[in-house]
Design a binder for this molecule. Structure first.
Ligand code: SAH
Length: 225
């Protein structure tokens, strides 16, 4: 390594010749390695292959209606920290107009990669190209369970509902609406396709908060946290 990566290791992380580090390749395989630092150039000598990571009890897919400004950056970073397997940016009735710029998906993929590195996660969440709500609903059969947090859902505490909703479930998608919320027609389309609406309590959470809260709750409920 030279340049940015080498600088990050030696200057930012203060790693020196002979230090032991853990290296993860693009396929998620991890190794112990010893650093060899010579005149601005850093090499890593692999010393040991590490066991594959434990499989998560629940695979979480976050379908996030693309929020305004840079809020999606925040969602990508935090969802990565919470171990989400895949993020689907979704265009909904009340968001479609705000997503015009090209290159966003690449930016989110880069952010996911660096967030995964930073939190010691071996794999990097997959980030889809943006889907419409209908395209997302057409995939619901591929998840064991899809939850749509909806502020108008019956206010039953999640603590009481989750055991039933998660029984035998290995993969769950969470669909979060934009700042303006889902339309009734969208929620109906989702439930017609097999999704279940849930309430997140009396307070309205911001779009960038709601998905992260549900991810945290699901991780806790499945013993991963
Ligand atoms: N504009 C809407 C709120 C949208 S909040 C309103 O004021 O009524 C953005 C998204 O977060 C929602 O679409 C929903 O998916 C989720 N959300 C926020 N608070 C929620 C709550 N109390 N219960 C269920 N879902 C919630």
């Amino acid at each position: 390594m030279r340049g940015g990566d080498a600088r990050k290791l030696t200057v930012v992380l203060r790693k020196a010749d002979g230090d032991e580090v853990e290296i993860v390749d693009s396929g998620g395989a991890a190794f112990k390695a010893m650093l060899v630092v010579e005149s601005g150039r850093v090499r890593a000598r692999l010393t040991e292959a590490l066991a594959p990571p434990a499989v998560e009890a629940l695979q979480i897919v976050l379908a996030q209606a693309i929020p305004k400004a840079s809020k999606m950056d925040y969602v990508v970073e935090k969802a990565t920290e919470l171990g989400v397997a895949r993020i689907i940016p979704v265009l909904t009735e009340r968001t479609a107009g705000t997503f015009a710029r090209a290159g966003k998906t690449e930016r989110w993929r880069r952010l996911a990669r660096s967030a995964a590195q930073q939190c010691g996660r071996r794999d990097v969440p997959e980030i889809d190209e943006a889907s419409t709500w209908d395209e997302f609903c057409a995939q619901l059969a591929t998840f064991d369970r899809t939850l749509i947090p909806w502020e108008l859902a019956e206010p039953v505490p999640l603590r009481d509902r989750l055991p039933g909703l998660l029984a035998g479930v290995r993969s769950a998608a969470i669909a979060i609406g934009p700042e303006g919320g889902f339309s009734h027609a969208e929620v109906e389309r989702g439930t017609d396709s097999g999704a279940v609406t849930i309430s997140l309590g009396r307070r309205i959470l911001r779009t960038e908060t709601a998905g992260l809260v549900v991810c945290g709750i699901l991780r806790y409920a499945t013993g991963d946290l």
